[in-house]
Design a protein around this ligand. Structure first.
Ligand code: MG
Length: 383
């Protein structure tokens, strides 16, 4: 049975990955959380995890006390995350960390030649140029866990021969989030509570806000371009309110192949663990007649400014991805703590892209510097 390193085991994707492991008897060799040391200790006892890491070092001591009766090795901080990511005792590293923090561990895993199942989209948004080159050098296929990218990956599993030559474009579907159809004026007064109510998916707080601003789809556009080697102009973003069609590929003869299913992350998570095979899952079976109607609409780029800025960043390339991502991460933090309004997120992200110089994203230092500059921009504008 496969064994995994699970980074971000306390989050939404992490806990669902744990469910999949429990269902299929996959082992967890190592696991890391941001701060939820109680959850990590629980998982450690259940799965007999050999190595754990707590990202926020102030919880190192309480975790150590929690695990005082075990032989589990306890690490802390970003270095600890990178060490677990690269641990080859496991067969696969699942990176389900939220945010830019996930980039270095992905690089560590690939450098050490370990396979990566990627749920951390910032890895590719900010570090795509470095990460894809490194994966190619090491002959590693990155297994996408994001539902849209898993869908595209699944569609391409059915294409024989030279995939690159036959792939004309992608259709990236978006739920539209809780505020679809609202005007820019109406968006100014929405609350944190409203932004955290997603119509279809149950996810962590950061990504739920990103879905409400549609920033998430912009990040996913950049992620898709890196993963599948297409340009932003080859990707059509389509609002599909029911979240049943998880994305589609357009082939050279204009045939379109889509992947469908109920909105449940356990399907893409499980496939990343069992790839290239499939097996019975915990997810419900799709009944198309229960839905009856599936709808498809164009996104409103003028109202959802984050999406507009992210698409622009995708076209520009270089550190533009890192800039919009860093600005967005900081702005969402401020929004979640009640310090700025919903509309400020879009203004902050667009402002960062317009005011910060874009450079080549060919080193980790350049990517991280652009990220820091973007966060500083948001702080100086709003704090
Ligand atoms: Mg997604």
């Amino acid at each position: 049975m496969k064994k995994i390193n699970l980074l971000g085991s306390g989050g939404s994707i992490g806990t669902q990955t744990v469910e999949v492991c429990r269902r299929h008897g996959f082992g967890i060799h190592s696991a890391a959380v941001k701060s939820n040391y109680k959850k990590l200790a629980e998982q450690t006892r259940e799965f007999d995890i050999k190595r754990v890491c707590i990202y926020d070092e102030k919880y190192y001591k309480p975790l150590k006390e929690e695990l005082s009766d075990s032989n589990t090795e306890i690490l802390a901080g970003l270095d600890g995350l990178c060490e677990l990511a690269a641990d080859k005792t496991a067969d696969l590293t699942v990176n389900a960390v939220v945010g830019m923090v996930g980039l270095k561990p992905t690089v560590s895993a690939l450098e050490n030649g370990i396979e990566v199942a990627l749920a951390n989209k910032e890895t590719l948004v900010a570090g795509g140029d470095i990460v894809m080159k490194l994966a190619a050098q090491k002959g590693i296929t990155i297994l996408p866990v994001d539902s849209e990218h898993s869908a595209i990956f699944q569609c391409l599993m059915g294409v024989k021969g030279d995939v690159k030559k036959q792939l004309k474009g992608l259709i990236l579907t978006a739920s539209g989030g809780p505020f679809f159809g609202m005007t820019a004026g109406e968006l100014e007064t929405v609350t944190t509570q409203q932004a955290l109510c997603h119509p279809n998916w149950s996810m962590g707080r950061k990504i739920t806000v990103d879905s409400a601003t549609l920033m998430n789809k912009g990040l996913e556009l950049m992620e898709a371009c890196h993963l599948f080697g297409v340009s932003p102009s080859q990707v059509e973003i389509v609002v599909h309110r029911q979240s049943i069609v998880h994305s589609a590929v357009v082939l050279s003869d204009n045939a379109v192949i889509a992947q469908l299913g109920v909105p449940d992350m356990k399907i893409p998570i499980q496939l990343a663990l069992t790839y290239p095979e499939r097996c019975e899952s915990l997810s419900a079976k799709l009944s198309l007649t229960d839905y009856g109607t599936l709808t498809f609409e164009k996104p409103d780029y003028d109202t959802f400014k984050c999406l507009k800025a992210a698409v622009k960043a995708a076209r520009i390339g270089g550190t533009a991805g890192s800039i919009v991502n860093g600005a967005n991460e900081r702005a969402v933090e401020l929004f979640l703590s009640g310090k700025i309004g919903f509309g400020d997120i879009g203004r902050g992200v667009s402002g960062a892209l317009d005011n910060i110089t874009v450079r080549a994203a060919d080193t980790l230092e350049a990517v991280l510097a652009a990220d820091a500059e973007a966060r500083d921009y948001i702080n100086s504008r709003f704090c």
